[in-house]
Design a protein around this ligand. Structure first.
Ligand SMILES: *[C@@H]1O[C@H](CO)[C@@H](O)[C@H](O)[C@H]1NC(C)=O
Ligand SMILES: *[C@@H]1O[C@H](CO)[C@@H](O)[C@H](O)[C@H]1NC(C)=O
Ligand SMILES: *[C@@H]1O[C@H](CO)[C@@H](O)[C@H](O)[C@H]1NC(C)=O
Ligand SMILES: *[C@@H]1O[C@H](CO)[C@@H](O)[C@H](O)[C@H]1NC(C)=O
Ligand SMILES: *[C@@H]1O[C@H](CO)[C@@H](O)[C@H](O)[C@H]1NC(C)=O
Ligand SMILES: *[C@@H]1O[C@H](CO)[C@@H](O)[C@H](O)[C@H]1NC(C)=O
Ligand SMILES: *[C@@H]1O[C@H](CO)[C@@H](O)[C@H](O)[C@H]1NC(C)=O
Ligand SMILES: CC(=O)N[C@H]1CO[C@H](CO)[C@@H](O)[C@@H]1O
Length: 620
């Protein structure tokens, strides 16, 4: 009895020893049964059957390190349900997985046949079928690397044959326990200039972006020095593949069942896979979060803002944090009169509606874009050595991100009048003595004014001015209180008054005139930004708080108004009649100093003119 037991143990040991010295090939007539495996020549990979809750699968996993991480699965959708199965190679070179009733559960798709086919598991983890006499890589009858599961191993191609349309892409497992193809895939999208995308179903969910000569536009950081990446784009095919710089390094890229693309490296020290890289889990990696013609910046709050020269399509939705509507042009395109504004540190927009020409330079690129009215942006397609090639975008610009460091340049089409919007000078054309000069007036972003006034909250409304409501606000950055006069959109008359006020008051500076800080003109919105007067207007004190107006204050106020008027009528270069001077238009600062406001009705007379030309309103 003892002898029999010892014999049994020896038998088990023997079989496991013979397992360790396992073969890496199958030839016709041989098979791999459940419990048997192929092991690659140096023992890195193993092919065999593994079990999940849905049944048995034929797959390839790492043997060294022995993590049993499946990197490829044959019968992803058809597990062997009765616990029996066999892998065979037929005489023509087709690999087939048969169940207990000898029905084909899975088969390799080989279009050619070989005289002496042999299937071999290579050290790279690639299961190949080739002719015994022909070990040429190009002549493989079939290889598992052409049919990736969720993992991209070193040497594997991710990409597309542009002639045949054959597409090698990763597809996630349905769940951690189910290798069937899930909803996420990682592929090179070949519409326009090819770009790497993560899709959920058929919709793009994230973009690594196109190859810019150095790396993927949206993934500025290279995954350490461990991989050397190769990207090929020619008439035949487009693909990406990588190799570890040191062949002993085990590395794999995988799209997991929640759609997260990750790069792992094996760490001998901790004896586990270490996460080397994955997209930063920031909100800006959500595809098209900010809609069209807007950029996303994680270091900004809110993260979305319109590109320069563009405005939220719907200000209400935008201010509520619903950016999906994106932005639209401030000024309509003038086609060939347009110009381009260079923006830096951007992740290029979605290239699915783009074209590329690698021989054009930036100058030719600009010309080509300019002459096509649908072209919305251009840039160098290859950023190496100062840049070369020409990438042109048509239609909407989507999914732009601000990447510092790592972003690229982008030249965005704008109407000439929107170039350098912020630095734009308002020109005074009303002086007939040739004394024209540029007037520097600060242009505020709508965003800033919206946030200063709590999105024009009713609680901040101070009252109704000549051409629209007036709001109190606080410029958060500068801790300055402001009053915002917003032109009612409906008011045509208001627009005249608005222009009048901008042109006149911007030129005036006196301590008894209210001070204009700047204006905000974006699309339909037109606003004047003033310093805030905490003590309201004179009429309020006269009619409601007259007791607070002691003699000294009254003298001070009367004197102040008179000095302001003297300045307007005599001392300023413009000579202005206010034409609407009343207690309500005299504002009081924190020390009760009077300041004349509301120049919407005012008129100016030039030079020595003493008689009013009553028909001419300045600024029209
Ligand atoms: C083997 O597979 C065939 C085809 O899928 C199926 O009809 C048959 O029931 C399977 N046999 C067993 C024992 O599961
Ligand atoms: C098998 O390969 C041929 C050509 O190589 C292709 O047309 C066919 O769609 C493939 N079939 C499957 C199931 O992959
Ligand atoms: C996929 O990876 C992310 C990030 O590491 C992780 O949060 C998530 O749980 C993973 N999903 C699965 C199913 O493992
Ligand atoms: C104003 O709009 C911004 C988005 O631009 C939003 O974050 C903020 O909560 C809004 N504030 C109010 C008071 O609605
Ligand atoms: C977001 O805005 C778009 C239009 O800009 C609108 O169609 C959509 O209903 C809004 N979504 C929500 C949740 O308000
Ligand atoms: C690329 O641009 C050059 C110079 O304009 C032109 O000669 C060539 O035909 C273009 N190539 C393609 C593929 O359009
Ligand atoms: C590409 O741009 C053209 C020109 O604007 C437009 O007509 C077309 O719908 C766009 N296609 C896609 C897929 O965005
Ligand atoms: C008379 C009066 O109301 N004065 C106020 C003017 O504004 C300053 C600053 O808000 C207040 O401190 C004064 O009381």
């Amino acid at each position: 009895m003892k002898g029999f037991l010892r014999g049994l143990i020896c038998l088990i040991l023997f079989s496991s020893i013979s397992g360790a010295a396992a073969v890496d090939t199958i030839v016709p007539g041989k098979s791999i049964k459940i419990g048997e495996t192929l092991v690659s020549s140096k023992g890195s990979f193993e092919l065999g059957f593994f079990r999940s809750s849905r049944g048995l699968y034929l797959g390839i996993w790492y043997k060294k390190p022995a993590t049993h991480t499946a990197v490829w699965v044959a019968n992803r959708e058809n597990p062997l349900s009765d616990g029996e199965g066999v892998l065979v190679l037929d005489s023509k070179g087709t690999l087939a997985l048969l169940n207990s009733t000898k029905d084909v559960i899975w088969a390799s798709n080989t279009s050619r046949s070989a005289e002496n086919p042999v299937a071999q598991l290579l050290e790279s983890g690639n299961l190949v079928v080739q002719d015994e006499k022909n070990y040429n890589e190009e002549d493989y009858l079939w290889q598992s690397f052409d049919y990736p599961s969720d993992s991209l191993l070193p040497g594997m191609k991710l990409g597309k044959n542009l002639k045949t349309g054959f597409d090698r892409f990763l597809s996630s497992w349905r769940s951690a326990d189910d290798p069937a193809p899930g909803i996420y895939s990682v592929r090179i999208d070949t519409r326009g200039f090819p770009q790497v995308v993560i899709e959920k179903g058929s919709k793009i969910r994230g973009r690594a972006g196109p190859w810019n000569g150095i790396g993927f536009a949206g993934r500025p950081a290279k995954p350490n020095s461990i991989t050397s990446a190769q990207y090929v784009l020619n008439d035949e095919e487009v693909y990406y593949r990588y190799e570890p710089e040191d062949s002993s390094v085990k590395i794999r890229m995988v799209v997991n069942s929640s759609g997260v693309f990750q790069i792992f490296v094996w760490k001998n020290g901790i004896h586990d896979w270490e996460l080397l890289m994955m997209p930063p889990p920031d909100i800006c990696h959500n595809y098209a979060l900010c809609g069209k013609f807007a950029s996303c910046n994680v270091n900004r709050s809110p993260v979305c803002s319109c590109l320069e020269g563009y405005l939220p399509k719907s200000l209400v939705d935008w201010n509520l944090g619903n950016w999906s509507g994106g932005c639209i042009r401030d000024t309509p395109s003038e086609c060939e009169k347009d110009a381009f504004l260079k923006q830096t540190w951007l992740k290029w927009p979605d290239t699915s509606n783009s074209t590329v020409n690698m021989t054009m330079n930036l100058r030719e690129c600009e010309q080509t874009c300019l002459t096509n009215c649908y072209c919305t942006a251009y840039t160098n397609a290859d950023v190496r050595d100062g840049g070369s090639g020409c990438l042109l975008w048509f239609g909407d610009l989507i999914d732009i991100q601000v990447l510092t460091p790592g972003g690229q340049d982008l030249y965005i089409r704008l109407a000439p009048s929107d170039m350098g919007l912020k630095k734009r000078h308002l020109r005074n054309d009303y002086m007939n003595d040739g004394e024209k000069e540029d007037m520097e007036l600060r242009m505020f972003d709508l965003e800033i004014i919206a946030s200063a006034t709590d999105n024009f909250s009713i609680n901040n409304k101070l009252g109704q001015g000549g051409f629209g409501p007036v709001y109190k606000g606080t410029l958060l950055d500068e801790e300055q209180d402001i009053a915002v006069k917003r032109l009612s959109r409906s008011s045509g008359q208001g627009l005249q008054e608005f222009k009048n006020e901008v042109i006149l008051i911007a030129k005036l500076q006196h301590r008894n005139l209210v001070k204009l800080l700047g204006c905000c003109i974006e699309g339909d919105e037109k606003m004047l930004i003033y310093e805030y007067m905490p003590n309201k207007s004179l009429d309020y004190f006269i009619f409601e708080r007259s007791k607070l107006l002691d003699w000294n204050r009254r003298v001070n106020i009367i004197g102040g108004i008179a000095r302001g008027l003297l300045y307007l009528h005599q001392d300023s270069r413009l000579r202005i009649i206010h034409r609407d001077l009343k207690a309500a238009n005299v504002l009081l600062d924190s020390e009760m100093n009077p300041k004349i406001s509301d120049f919407g009705m005012a008129r100016s007379f030039c030079g020595e003119q003493t008689e009013a030309n009553t028909n001419k309103v300045v600024g029209t």
